[in-house]
Design a protein. Sequence first.
Length: 274
Amino acid sequence: MKKIFALSLLVVMLFAASASATVTVGRHSMLNFTESDMVKLMQESTHREFFVGLDVTDIAIKFYDTLVLMQMALNKGDVQVLSLPQCVAEYMLNNNNNYAIKGIDWWFISSACTLNFAFLEDNKTLQKNFNDALDDMKRLGVLGMLEHKYITDPEPNTLSPVEFPKFPGEPTITVAVTGDLPPIDYIAPDGTPAGYNTALLAEIANRLKVNIKLINVETGARAAALQSGRADVAFWFQSNMDETIPAIDVPQGLIISKPYYKWNEQYFIGLNKK
């Protein structure tokens, strides 16, 4: 993996020195939270230096349901930077020299975002089964192994297909995925699942002796997939930005599992102007 941290600080300073107009940030859509809510929260935060030397009032927000739409907006100039989890940003940087770090979202450094599974509130048995599987994987070091293999030190062909175990006659659990955040979550154009989340799911399936069926949904449609019965489980981001702020992206009626991956930094990624 490329060592980008020292470079990131240099680019932050260079970008900040030239930035004077409003910077529009593309982010994934959030449920129960609007673009104006996000701007207001950023303005009220005590961690205001998103870009060195750039006041937070100079930032606008645009939400997008997929990473592809965010990248299209960046290429068109509708946004100047994308705010992405560190591991997703690093994957983009390591696989496409058209992108460069434009800053670090310092607001996230004193907080945390986690990956979890989401369920309907009345599906506590399934939630417990997933939690038990995650506890077992953590105890045995499987979570750490998967995180190392897919995220912290990704091996070649990280996005190769992940094969799910088959258990004839056993229940099938339908899981909603976005397939939109490599290396965390990816579905190839032919529908083949790959990435960290799907490898994790395969391990859980082995422990619970269940079959897994994936359905691809956009970020903003995950709750609807659960509420409509299309999916039993959905991958979920849990935002723990401040103790005084509730879980802003978990709609009423849903419950989430224990976290299985955490990050504290969001990177601002923009086009690499040569």
